[in-house]
Design a protein around this ligand. Sequence first.
Ligand code: KPL
Length: 316
Amino acid sequence: MQAKKDNLQIAVVGGGSVGLLYAARLALYGQAVTVVTRRSPQSNQLMQNGLTLQDLDGQKKVVSVNAQSIEHGLPHAHLYLLGVKQTELPDLLPMLQKLPADARVIALQNGLGHEEQLSNVLSEAQCFFAINTEAARRQSATEVAHTGSGLLRIGPWVKRGVVDPIINSFIAIAISAGMNVQLEESIKPFAWKKLMANALINPLTALFDIPNGALLDSPDTLKLMRELFEEASAVAFANGQKMGETDWQEIVTICRNTSRNHSSMLQDVKRQKRTEVESINGYLVSRGKEAGIPTPLHEVLLRLILLKTDMGMEKE
Ligand code: KPL
């Protein structure tokens, strides 16, 4: 059965790889979507040229989307998919605070720390989270390539046993649009697992300028990843999240499934953008300090990525 798409208004906030991937999928299904970009040149180009999606098989499809820049505020919508990076979230908070009580937000950020920020401006009922393991690469302001299959898990941060009609209809639409989506009772454990994957894969691929799969090519990088995993697991455990052998295997599988993908951190470094390292490895380091757990390897990675981006940083 096809999900009803006529009455749900969706805004995808963020014109990066993940935002463009989901906007394209929804728009190709016929769902009305407004893409909210950081700057007006991107929204103008999207309005003029449409959005191009290159599928996993290399085929390209172009679809029309509405677009506007954040300078004009947030458009009216029932549901906001927040595809911006953690670093861009603070600027959005005052606008999110003004959303009507019946609007829903799904936050897609990598790393941790966003839940606390969002809970300061949104009610528990408004706020949902998603963990995405689909891989995408932004080819230009109007083109995105889907580079690895994965899953989009959606749910509240912690279990609250409420059925939300907006979130449910979004999930039905997304599934009909061919997306791999799953409703979860609580996103927190998945956010920790994703944090671990990002903390191992992203900085190493960004430092060595390699695709995710290349990390599996050498026993030395695998050994380093395993050591990073042990450090991060100790911090996770101190925060009530138990990580084990299956979680390690899952990280290896993510590398394999997204082998051709350039991690979001590598993409940021290449484009001379600020990375999410502070909300990923930086989060583990500060939580480690609070719990008295040393995280020397994550600390070195944090410092190296910060240095690397400082050296090449785009002057805004
Ligand atoms: O989430 C990712 C990222 O690049 O940020 C992974 C899963 C590592 C895919 O590249």
